[in-house]
Design a protein around this ligand. Structure first.
Ligand code: ATP
Length: 281
């Protein structure tokens, strides 16, 4: 990365980061920045180091060398959502505010969940239900809402679309675009579904085997032949003719009652999310 592009006003600044698990190097000389209110995607294949990078950003992992500066409040939506299954949706949301300082009236205000329901209205009708009994998409919304309760200026989402049906992903993409537009929250989106990530975010980094293989505007990356071949073509299953893409394949079917689908087969989600984000923009 050209470090002259780094700016003190960036909310996240990572320089020459190295992270190891024992003897194994998971991130090797990674640099990255996020400006206030920016939506940045982090794409790459399994094992590239995406989760390691976000876990280092949020302080879960400690770097072997290099620096990580986070100059704003940051919250993470973890891969796999990690609900408190026996608690209600509303209690899960309120837990998101537990770390905020404050007592009495200000504490009550911090624990007020009403603004999250305004942003994620689908949660209103399930607010008193056990979080563990919700569909995958509803749980992902609760996980986003819970992270928002800590009033982050940077929201890090590890695999937004993982295992979710296309329409659910569309809805989540719409909410994220609205959150970014209306509240100016910066978003770092980790996605294996590169097309969805590049469409939703204005800038992106491609991580491969622990190194940044490419970075730039999403528009430029999406038209780069190498990126298209590796991430937007065969790898994403988008080589089928357009008419085939309009028909949900066997793997696009949601698992009954869950709203979930097999990962890696979300072409229709991508198309719908593109339409949703264009509309939101
Ligand atoms: P995925 O898309 O599959 O979630 P990823 O891009 O998020 O992958 P990481 O989970 O960050 O990749 O893993 C990066 C590398 O570090 C991989 O080689 C992985 O096997 C290794 N790794 C991850 N967690 C650990 C761990 N706790 N102990 C040892 N090695 C690990």
């Amino acid at each position: 990365m050209n470090t002259s592009q780094l700016s003190r006003s960036d909310v996240v600044e990572v320089r020459n980061l190295v992270v190891r698990y024992g003897m194994a190097t998971a991130l090797d000389n990674v640099s990255l920045r996020v400006a206030p209110g920016e939506m940045v995607a982090l794409v790459g294949p399994n094992g590239a180091g995406k989760s390691t990078l976000v876990n280092t950003l949020t302080g879960i992992l400690t770097p072997a060398s290099g620096s990580v500066e986070v100059r704003a409040r940051i919250a993470q939506v973890p891969e796999g959502r990690q609900m408190f299954g026996d608690l209600s949706v509303d209690d899960n949301l309120r837990l998101g505010a537990w770390q905020l300082p404050g007592r009495g009236k200000s504490r009550r205000k911090q624990r007020d969940t009403s603004w999250v329901y305004e942003l994620l209205p689908d949660l209103v009708r399930v607010r008193d239900r056990r979080a563990g009994g919700l569909s995958g998409g509803q749980q992902q919304m609760v996980a986003v809402g819970r992270a928002l309760m800590s009033r982050p200026e940077v929201l890090v989402i590890d695999e937004l679309s993982l295992g979710l049906a296309p329409l659910i992903v569309t809805d989540l993409a719409k909410h994220l675009a609205a959150l970014n537009r209306e509240r100016g929250t910066a978003v770092v989106l980790i996605e294996q579904n590169a097309r969805l990530a590049l469409d939703l975010c204005s800038r992106a980094y491609v991580l491969e085997a622990g190194r940044i293989a490419a970075e730039g505007s999403s528009a430029d990356l999406a038209t780069s032949p190498d990126i298209a071949r590796a991430y937007l073509g065969e790898a994403q299953g988008l080589t089928s003719p357009p008419e085939a893409q309009d028909c949900p394949g066997p793997n696009d079917r949601a698992t009954p009652g869950t709203g979930e689908t097999a990962p890696g087969h979300q072409d229709t989600a991508v198309q719908a999310a593109q339409a949703a984000t264009r509309e939101a923009k």
